[in-house]
Design a protein around this ligand. Structure first.
Ligand code: C5P
Length: 413
């Protein structure tokens, strides 16, 4: 595909070189547009050598070829990395005073922006409003990450790592292809008439965590990840940017969503917490181990050494859902799951209400699980409580249709 990489004037411009290189090595035709400020950080020969194409900088070069719209029109994907607060502000306001901003205005391709700036600039109300505007228009924002900035300071504002940007860009392009193919075959409109999650970012955890006892054994659970994956697919088809935090899925990870693979509860906590910082919706569908072994043996625990009984000391894992719910921004929606073995329907709901109070989430999806129900099956039966403990939805059927019904509840909140 033809990828336009826009580079703006931040120190992270040197990392753009890795992004460009990864695209080129993956076989894409890469055209770099650098702003004047970007060229103060990285020289034109570097961009030309790495992209294997002439660098584009000047709005007034090649006027006869109408380059200010031509480059954007030919692009299958536009990636701006790093994007400064200034360029983000210009794009949000439709300003086109250089080749890059003209290109963004002229393109019909998906646009991905990787912001990079100091924490104060990122947190400034103007930048936050601009980023919201871009998201609402369907532009994908990747990062920024949190960490050491150029000076001695650290905080959110650091450009996302090149690998993550390339992965998100590939995901975005795949999603567009999947949607186009669906539209061409007519299946998109038959199955998903709505496109109500466009411009929204949703983080979904799925699967079951594993807590290692030694290099070969773990404490785990029977979650297959099917319901979480069905939610990710449904959200993707409804236009959302989806991050799927995947813990040992029994089913293939879907195309067109960003996958972050994890194993333990602590890894899942890190991945979900990082992804949740700029998400509108977080759905904790994963079965997270409540406890982990206090120590993990470096080598296999030997029966000869421990004898006929083995005592395991477990320590509590953090309650990620409760943490997310208590630390969330006011307009974020946090959804939890409660998989319970309680058979009595009335008691099951009461259990759910008590859990909802403990966790403090906006919605709780309750389902009954047992030796033969809930896990691994293709169907599910759920009751959804809102934050007050009122039943707002009940659904039974294929996990795909249950997923759509859950998203209906979330989008109508
Ligand atoms: O308390 P319980 O494990 O039943 O809670 C289930 C809900 O809480 C699920 O949404 C699950 O993803 C989440 N959870 C969590 N952190 C834990 C345990 C569960 O976020 N340590």
């Amino acid at each position: 595909m033809t990828i336009v990489v826009g580079v703006t004037g931040g120190i992270a411009a040197y990392k753009a070189v890795s992004v460009i290189r990864s695209f080129v090595l993956a076989g894409h035709d890469v055209h770099v547009i650098a702003t004047d400020a970007a060229l103060r950080f990285v020289g034109a020969p570097t961009f030309e050598a790495i992209s294997r194409n002439p660098l584009n900088t000047d709005l007034y070069e090649g006027v006869s070829e109408v380059r200010h719209v031509g480059i954007g029109k030919r692009a299958d994907l536009v990636v701006i990395a790093p994007a400064t607060a200034n360029t983000i502000a210009k794009i949000a306001n439709g300003i086109a005073d250089d080749l890059l901003t003209n290109t963004v205005l002229a393109t019909a391709a998906p646009v991905l922006i990787a912001p990079a700036m100091h924490t104060e600039m990122w947190q400034n109300a103007a930048t936050q409003a601009n980023v919201r505007t871009l998201r609402e228009r369907g532009i994908t924002i990747v990062g920024p990450g949190t960490g050491q900035l150029t000076g001695a300071d650290s905080g959110p504002g650091r450009m996302e790592e090149p690998d993550a940007i390339v992965h998100a860009a590939t995901t975005l392009a795949t999603r567009r292809t999947v949607r186009r193919e669906r539209e061409a075959s007519g299946t998109a409109s038959a199955r998903t008439p709505r496109h109500d999650l466009s411009g929204h970012r949703i983080v979904i955890s799925a699967g079951g965590t594993r807590e290692p006892l030694d290099p070969v054994r773990f404490l785990g659970n029977r979650s297959s990840g099917k319901q979480g994956v069905a939610l990710a697919v449904a959200a993707r088809d409804r236009g959302a940017d989806v991050v799927l935090v995947a813990a040992h899925l029994d089913v293939p990870a879907p195309d067109g969503v960003e996958i972050r693979s994890v194993s333990t509860a602590l890894e899942l906590q890190r991945a979900v917490t990082a992804a949740a910082t700029d998400a509108d919706i977080v759905v904790m569908a994963a079965a997270v181990a409540d406890f982990r072994p206090a120590t993990t043996n470096d080598s296999k625990i030997k029966k000869e050494k421990v004898g006929d009984s083995l005592r395991l000391e477990l320590v509590a894992n953090p309650d990620i859902l409760a943490e997310l719910a208590s630390g969330k921004q006011s307009d974020q929606i946090v959804v939890g799951f409660a998989a319970e073995t309680e058979r009595d329907p009335h008691e099951l709901i009461e259990l759910g209400r008590r859990k909802l109070k403990r966790k403090g989430c906006d919605f709780l999806v309750i389902n009954n699980v047992g030796w033969r129900t809930g896990f691994s099956t293709d169907d599910n039966e759920v009751v959804v409580l809102d934050g007050h403990g009122d039943i707002v939805m009940e659904a039974a059927g294929a996990k795909a249709s249950v997923a759509d019904r859950i998203l209906d509840v979330i989008t109508s909140a």
